[in-house]
Ligand binder design. Structure first.
Ligand code: BEZ
Ligand code: MG
Length: 560
């Protein structure tokens, strides 16, 4: 009996390990920021092309290669297959044929790759050729890079050709780079495609929360960025609308200015309250979209529905009944910086080690972001009225925080703005709700949108770093400890072992950039001092020795 149980445990463990490996394998991991003026390298290009080939592109007449392969091999239900994380030979087979096909493509012509795919999997070349031709166009554009020339043109005041702003995988039309990025018409947001894609992400977010907590979140705090919503034509905006259970409706001029309520029978779940903090860039670009979101919340709050199926109404009624608030105040959900201001500045405070207690960072976030953008019941616009009490009150009800990650180009430990925003708001919620929220990110870059916890996302990124951006990566990881206490201690141990305790790596980094190496070491010691990590005495001793070896006075005040 006992040995069978152990055998089952072992099988479960192997299966878990398998799922983790598949997840890492299937996802594009950012390998550092783009170097201005530099074309993509071969490996990067192959990964990118494989990803581009994994999506249907009806506008280009090109179909997703994995689907063509599945059809030709007679494997049904491919869409269901990629949503299922368990070990699956058919999915592995499709994946390996896809990878090989892209490699063959990189070494030969589109027709050669289409012929190879016919031979290997029986895919009709007439079906696959349009996709390979699209890849050929993208590959050519990736090899050329006119960014420096375009910048020089711009600095001379000359014309720079315009191009759309988007993620390469989502819209290969952004290539060639080095053009004058144009945004979107805010009235077109969210696009029908963005709204359709967002349904899956919003439902997956709610499912994940329910699995972990046994109930729907009463309120979710969402971070919305401008550039991301340009890239996806408003996927983040559309997710907020789905959580509320409404659809955007176009007016006579085809502008998304109206809201249609999705009936509860169709929605089949409660409407979830959403508190939206939008960046300064979003505020500047998407004023009509902010009005649409505000309108959606007001409409939902006014519905005659049972409060256990409409958390917006429940929260608004509670606030009004508690006294001191009218409907207009109680329904305010869209916040940003004061007009003309940008950023939450939490990142600067972390980088400068300028915070005393865990609450300070969230308080700073609220100070910067507590400006309400709404309308009153008579339709008068309110553009950035300081409303700290209202924001505090909103955040006190939040049970989950969330941001949509929609570019494979940047990870959450590549730049400091993710912990500035999502970390900052989570920290603010923790104090006001007196409980740490569940913190989630979406990842729409694997071919299926996935919802991951913050901790899972950090682990995934930590396992795959290039040498580039190491110091930044450590600072940004540390920022997630500071704002959301979301970093496993082993991560700091592994960083120490990989970059500092391995003599070959250490000497290489010291030679390349000793200042960065020193700040990295200090940051690890600060992580220990602030209680995020308790390394062995041996590791600590080594870190201190390294600092001394730099021969300068040690100035971080948190080190004993
Ligand atoms: C934005 O696109 O809104 C944004 C980009 C970087 C940092 C903060 C906001
Ligand atoms: Mg910056």
């Amino acid at each position: 009996m006992k040995s069978r149980k152990t055998g089952n445990e072992r099988d479960a463990r192997v299966r878990w390990l398998y799922e983790q490996l598949v997840e890492i394998e299937q996802r594009l991991i950012p390998t550092g920021l783009h170097v201005f003026g530099r074309a993509s390298e071969l490996q990067e290009k192959t990964d990118l092309l494989r990803m581009v080939a994994s999506f249907d592109r009806p506008e280009q007449g090109a179909r997703a290669l994995p689907k063509l392969i599945a059809e030709a091999l007679g494997i049904g239900g491919y869409d269901a297959l990629i949503h299922d994380p368990s070990p699956n030979d058919a999915r592995d087979l499709i994946g390996s044929i896809l990878s090989e096909a892209v490699q063959v493509f990189c070494q030969s012509a589109p027709s050669g790759a289409a012929d190879w795919l016919k031979e290997r999997a029986g895919v009709d070349p007439a079906e696959s050729l349009p996709t390979f031709l699209l890849l050929a166009k993208i590959a050519e554009q990736l090899e050329s890079n006119n960014e420096i020339e375009s910048l020089m043109h711009a600095l001379r005041g000359r014309y720079v050709e315009p191009g759309p702003g988007a993620d390469i995988v989502q819209n290969p039309g952004v290539l060639p780079t080095g053009r004058n990025t144009h945004a979107v018409n805010p009235y077109s947001v969210p696009s029908p495609t963005a709204f359709a894609r967002a349904e899956h992400a919003a439902e997956a977010l709610l499912l994940r929360y329910r699995e972990e907590n046994g109930h729907y979140p009463r309120a979710v705090a969402m971070v919305l960025w401008g550039l991301d919503n340009i890239k996806t034509q408003g996927e983040g905006v559309a997710q907020a609308l789905w959580l509320l259970g409404v659809r955007p409706v176009r007016d006579a001029l085809n502008r998304a200015t109206e809201i249609e309520v999705i009936p509860l029978e169709e929605l089949k779940r409660p409407r979830v309250d959403v508190v939206m903090t939008v960046s300064g860039i979003f505020r500047d670009l998407f004023a009509p979209t902010m009005a649409l979101l505000d309108k959606a919340v007001r409409r939902v709050a006014a519905l005659d529905e049972p409060t256990e199926m409409n958390f917006v109404r429940q929260n608004v009624l509670q606030k009004v009944e508690a006294g001191g608030s009218n409907f207009d105040d109680a329904v305010t959900r869209v916040f940003s910086n004061a007009p003309g201001n940008y950023g939450a500045n939490v990142n600067f405070m972390v980088a400068e080690s300028q915070w005393e207690t865990a609450d300070t960072l969230g308080d700073l976030f609220v100070t910067r972001k507590c400006f309400a953008y709404t309308r009153d019941s008579r339709g008068r616009t309110i553009d950035g009225r300081e409303a700290r009490d209202l924001m505090d009150d909103n955040l006190a009800r939040v049970e989950a925080t969330y941001q949509n990650i929609d570019s494979f180009e940047v990870g959450i430990t590549d730049v400091d703005h993710y912990f500035e925003y999502l970390g900052g708001i989570s920290n603010a919620v923790e104090k006001r709700a007196q409980a740490r929220p569940s913190i989630y990110l979406s990842d729409s870059l694997s071919s299926v949108t996935k919802i991951r916890s913050l901790e899972e996302t950090i682990r995934l990124e930590t396992r795959f770093r290039g040498v580039a951006e190491i110091e930044n990566h450590v600072l940004n990881t540390f920022g997630w400890s500071a704002t959301a206490d979301a970093v496993d201690p082993w991560i700091y141990t592994e960083i120490s072992k990989t970059f500092l305790l391995d003599p070959v790596m250490f000497n290489r980094l010291r030679e390349l950039n000793s200042d960065s190496l020193k700040s990295l070491t200090k940051r690890l010691l600060e992580a220990h001092e602030r209680g995020y990590w308790s390394p062995d005495e041996e590791i600590l001793e080594k870190l201190r020795e390294i600092i001394e070896s730099f021969g300068k006075r040690f100035s971080v005040r948190y080190i004993i």
